[in-house]
Write a protein that binds this ligand. Sequence first.
Ligand code: NI
Length: 259
Amino acid sequence: MTIDSHAHLEMEEFDGDRDAVLGRAAAAGLMAIVTVGTTIPDCEKAVELARLYPPVYAAVGIHPHEVKGIDAGTYDALRVLAQQEKVVAIGEIGLDFFYDLSPREVQLRWFAEQLDLALELDLPVIIHDREAHAETLAILRQRKGRLRGVLHCFSGDAAMARECLALGFYLSVAGPVTYRKSEQLRAVAREIPAERLLIETDAPYLSPQPWRGKRNEPVYVVETARCLAEIRGMAAGELERVTEENARRLFGLGRKKSA
Ligand code: NI
């Protein structure tokens, strides 16, 4: 029994069989799934899924790939969405200097604006950081002691992990921890204190082995949990229990009225 702390159930990859995907997750004992919007239309869809399906909770935010298309109305639309029932975080927000699909100065401005929206609404944040570790840390440091949240699909080194932990953040581990070449990630994942550890799929992306390259779905988080438990020398059931507790604490699941 655990929680997939980050999936994208609203994406069109699930339009054909969403009920079946959620059925498999429930059958495997997944207690909750946080589905994370990346555009305004996808955030609206995420909020609607949370309304329809009891185990689903929503996060709303504009992904760094998408901030190039933001207009004056986006921030207000996001603020309204963020106050809907079962919205538990602002995300997915952050910086992606690997793909650079939005100009960097636009990414930096909107990352900061959305962090400040989270502060205003007292919500945790779900952060995407790819090849932008120093810039991400700098922006988080400016809000030290006020923000709470998670670095999703954490990809930094041990030093960055220590600094994120010192800033009070959780670190979330996804399918890549199961890939043969992810030695650095496994070394970092071994050292994350149990009370700050989350697990996730990032479905439909980043399937763990042995499904790498295929569409990911929340039920596969069980495989990431199994692998991570082995790395850390814990029982898989204990790792699932601890990561579920952590997700509940961070996102306040069970405290928010569920539909
Ligand atoms: Ni994601």
